[in-house]
Ligand binder design. Structure first.
Ligand SMILES: [Zn+2]
Length: 147
């Protein structure tokens, strides 16, 4: 189906899929938690968000807010009962990115409180799909030429 003919919900789903593929490829399919905590990973790899998609839609497709995590560490660690060691993985490995996403998030909340809501259009999602398709292709080409 042509992107233009998709609904906004379908475009968001496609954009999420492409973005997730890009992030996992960028991170070389290595789970941040497995690396930092030196704990064995399990399950397929996923795209994790430092600030959740539900909390801040503005950071949904921000490369600084996303990283690779395996199913086990993402679902039962990061989103588990004792998330601190997992949230620490992100903030201690990427202090600059942590400071950046916190700043964007706090500005986002301020705008929300003032009644200014971030409302992505179909064009917004199409732009994200095209952008991350291109970046994924560039990344794969760069990797292939290393050998
Ligand atoms: Zn893991």
């Amino acid at each position: 189906m042509k992107l233009e003919n998709k609904t906004k919900a379908q475009l968001m789903k496609t954009a999420d899929e492409i973005f997730s593929l890009y992030i996992r490829e960028r991170d070389q399919h290595l789970c941040l938690f497995g690396l930092v905590l030196n704990d064995p990973c399990a399950g397929g790899h996923q795209c994790c968000h430092a600030i959740s998609k539900g909390a801040c839609s503005e950071l949904r497709y921000d490369v600084n807010n996303a990283f690779d995590g395996c199913y086990k560490h993402h679902m039962f660690g990061w989103h588990g009962r004792n998330p601190l060691p997992y949230t620490d993985c992100f903030s201690k490995t990427y202090p600059m990115r942590k400071a950046y996403v916190d700043k964007v998030f706090s500005e986002y909340k301020k705008k929300l409180a003032e009644g200014v809501e971030f409302r992505p259009t179909k064009e917004y999602y199409i732009d994200k799909i095209n952008t991350f398709r291109r970046k994924l292709k560039e990344l794969k080409n760069a990797t292939a030429s290393d050998f």
